[in-house]
Write a new protein. Structure first.
Lengths: 184, 573
């Protein structure tokens, strides 16, 4: 039976689906979350859109957090990034609208609420422009990114949810929820 | 010899803004350019669409100042079709608008503006016991103020800063001589900043209760899309009303116990900023928060009016439907107007973009040519400042007792004359003062809503003119509201049941406006003039004044990046 309160593991997809590759995190989330039905009911999937600091309450109280997003590290477009140390990314966004994940995690840390285990899986974007379609290099990278996310999710869940709480059959009607916040 | 300071992008705002300031040889700003990008694509997207859904598109102009465009949009359609919304809908809309304003203003102060006045790194040198003494004096009604509490906050911030990454504290000029607050005041402010961050996600639940979600809660032409029923699980029932009441009470505690005391404390350390950044001296408010329906401006909580030339003895009337009043010019804007037209009222508005500026990357813009993506709105040819200071001055000048009360109290505490309001600090203080009024009004609107429900009225929408068959063939409407940043207007032309034309003039267009055909500066530009800069390489003075306006321009993209450079630019035409 699912424990009361928040699921200990949160998979958070963020991005702007109206700005092409900027929304790749949301695409990864929607590809990953149906698989959640075969996982423990201890994982919550959430579309955080571009909500920025409004997500503070959502990530608090978790033992592990997996973020799916576009990640720009100056690599070739379509490169899949797996970040276990989010502090490597600058926590500075130029405007209040640049709902920057680094800033979210930095503020969460300051408030003493950041989950102990945080990892980010992302794809280096190619085109940030108005539109709904992912660019070719990014679309081609989806399977590899999904594979990486799957693996990381398993790792995070095993670390976050002790043996004694696991091994329960998922209840079908109680599957993880995908709550759409952003525009699709 | 003239020096030119370029700040691009201006950080800790919404959107993309570039400021260029020309300094004389004593480092005083003598000329200024405000250049911005602006999402105006909505006007094209809405062409040919059903006016009943325009609000949903418009609301997406901005997710930070959410609700305001939805409200102005439904009002414009209701105005065109002569639809009167039920009392409850007005109360609910008022509650949502005031909720937005309160959350927005508190967050602006702590998250966007405070770092111009508060030196976070200095907070690390503070004595926690002395900080506790200060905090207990400044905000006696705030419970967390012990030495242990401040010691803990200080240790947390130290760990953060020591990790090498200033993070959210990065966009400021630490150690600049312009910071005047002692370390204890800085530590207190940082602690309160963190408290405000915790609180801001709570108050916004009011939007979720009445509007289904936040950002972008749902509105409806004719009223609000929520049902009131004491029996329903999914309606606005007793439980939800109680939740709203509790959130309002908490908001009042935060505003009166935390935000306003901190604001006045900060103001007391920077008296010279009550003489800088005044700017235009012209203020405009469309008025808002109707008590007796939108067609009765005499009973708006925020009064409608205009003050010109800092003359508080006269409040002039304003009518956004009058084609001789509000008009937009493009003399210094990257748009083309039809031959022979210099200024257009929004009902005749034309958005034809044509970029004639320098090719990027460029060193500077040409103040004698076109230099901004913002048009220049003018009222009877005059540039206007809109926003909290405009609203407070219009209320004060109009003799409204509640406005006079909060203004006099603040001026009394700081021992300042009314002239101090015409400044960067005055603008910043006005934001806090109107928030004091807003939390009071929130409680009153809530009480009125509950009284109405108790009297048996649970209507939230008027659907009598929902069907296009009931509409005139060709009709125009104007919807407006006083958004947190100022006067916002939507003008719609509906023909054969569809939107034929739609124009939006937002508060930051007024404030960030470039010069007009007569060379008159917009509000930001005017406010920067005559400001001395201590160190042009660290333009904190520019940031202090620009931030006092709480700019909100376009929506930029977001991508996690390596070292904080501007990561991607989306220029929207």
């Amino acid at each position: 039976m699912r424990t009361r309160g928040k699921a200990p593991v949160l998979v958070l997809g963020v991005g702007n689906a109206l700005l092409r590759d900027d929304g790749v995190g949301l695409r990864l989330l929607s590809d990953l979350s149906p698989e959640g039905r075969s996982w423990d009911a201890e994982i919550e999937f959430l579309d955080g859109g571009t909500q920025g600091l409004a997500l503070l309450g959502r990530i608090a109280g978790r033992r592990a957090l997996l973020i799916l997003d576009a990640v720009n590290l100056g690599a070739a477009p379509g490169t899949v990034h797996v970040l276990r140390e989010w502090r490597d990314c600058a926590a500075r966004s130029a405007t209040a609208h640049e709902s920057n994940v680094s800033e979210l995690l930095a503020v969460s840390t300051l408030l003493g609420e950041c989950p102990e285990k945080v990892a980010i899986v992302g794809i280096e974007p190619h085109r940030i422009a108005t539109g709904m379609e992912l660019s070719d290099p990014v679309a081609r990278a989806l399977p590899a990114a999904l594979e990486a996310a799957r693996g990381l999710l398993l790792e995070l869940t095993e670390a976050a949810v002790p043996e004694v709480e696991r091994g329960r059959k998922p209840v079908d009607s109680f599957g993880p929820m995908v709550i759409p916040f952003g525009m699709r | 010899m003239a020096r030119r300071v370029v700040v691009d992008p201006v950080t800790r705002i919404e959107g993309h803004l570039r400021i260029e300031a020309v300094l004389d040889d004593r480092g005083v700003i003598r000329d200024a350019i405000s250049s911005g990008t602006m999402w105006r694509g909505l006007e094209v997207i809405l062409q040919g669409r059903d006016p009943r859904e325009a609000w949903a598109f418009c609301e997406r102009i901005c997710g930070v100042c959410t609700t305001v465009h939805a409200l102005a949009s439904v009002r414009s359609v209701e105005n065109a079709l002569k639809i009167q919304v039920p009392r409850n809908a007005d109360h609910i809309r008022n509650i949502m608008a005031l909720t937005q304003m309160v959350q927005d203003h508190v967050m602006h102060f702590y998250h966007l503006h405070a770092l111009d006045w508060v030196d976070v790194v200095s907070a690390l040198k503070a004595d926690p016991a002395a900080t506790a003494t200060l905090a207990q004096k400044v905000s006696p009604d705030w419970p967390t103020a012990s030495p242990g509490y401040f010691r803990e906050i200080q240790a947390t911030v130290k760990k953060f800063v020591d990790s090498g990454q200033l993070g959210i504290f990065a966009n400021a000029y630490w150690g600049h001589p312009a910071y005047k607050m002692p370390p204890e005041a800085n530590l207190m402010a940082v602690a309160h900043y963190l408290e405000a961050l915790q609180w801001q996600k709570e108050i916004i639940k009011i939007h979720t209760i009445f509007g289904g979600k936040n950002p972008h809660p749902n509105y409806l032409v004719g009223g609000m899309a929520c049902a009131i029923s004491m029996q329903g699980d999914h309606a606005i029932n007793i439980e939800r009303l109680n939740q709203v009441r509790d959130l309002i009470t908490e908001a009042r505690r935060v505003v009166e116990g935390l935000y306003v005391p901190d604001l006045l404390a900060v103001a007391s350390f920077y008296p010279e900023w009550t003489k800088l950044g005044g700017g235009l001296g012209n203020y405009m408010s469309y008025g808002d928060i109707p008590q007796n329906g939108i067609d009765d401006p005499a009973h708006y909580r925020f009064p409608r009016g205009i003050v010109v030339g800092r003359d508080l003895s006269h409040v002039l009337p304003v009518d956004p439907t009058d084609s001789g009043q509000v008009r937009e010019e493009v003399a210094h804007s990257w748009y083309d107007y039809p031959q022979g037209k210099d200024a257009l009222h929004p009902w005749e508005g034309v958005t034809k973009a044509r970029y004639t500026g320098p090719k990027a990357p460029y060193q500077q813009l040409d103040e004698n040519a076109k230099y901004s993506w913002l048009k220049a709105p003018r009222w009877k040819g005059l540039p206007m400042e809109v926003g909290p200071l405009a609203r407070v001055l219009v209320g004060y000048a109009g003799g409204r007792s509640d406005f006079k009360e909060v203004v006099s109290e603040a001026l009394g505490r700081l021992k300042l004359p009314p002239a101090a309001l015409f400044s960067t600090m005055g603008r910043t203080a006005a934001r806090g003062l109107e928030t004091r009024l807003a939390v009071r009004w929130l409680a009153e609107e809530y009480d009125s809503l509950v009284a109405n429900i108790k009297a048996g009225d649970t209507a939230t929408a008027n659907t009598k003119r929902w069907e296009p068959e009931s509409w005139p063939a060709d009709v125009k409407g104007c919807g407006f509201c006083e958004a947190p940043r100022g006067a916002l207007g939507h003008w719609v032309h509906i023909a054969a049941g569809k939107i034929a034309n739609y124009q939006i003039v937002v508060p930051s267009t007024w404030n960030a406006s470039p010069k007009d055909g007569k060379g008159q500066h917009g509000a930001y530009e005017a406010a920067l003039l005559d400001t001395p800069m201590a160190d042009p390489e660290r333009p904190i003075e520019i940031l202090r004044t620009i931030h006092s306006f709480d700019p909100c321009l376009a929506c930029a993209s977001h991508v996690i990046g390596p070292n904080g450079r501007k990561l991607a630019e989306v220029v929207v035409r």
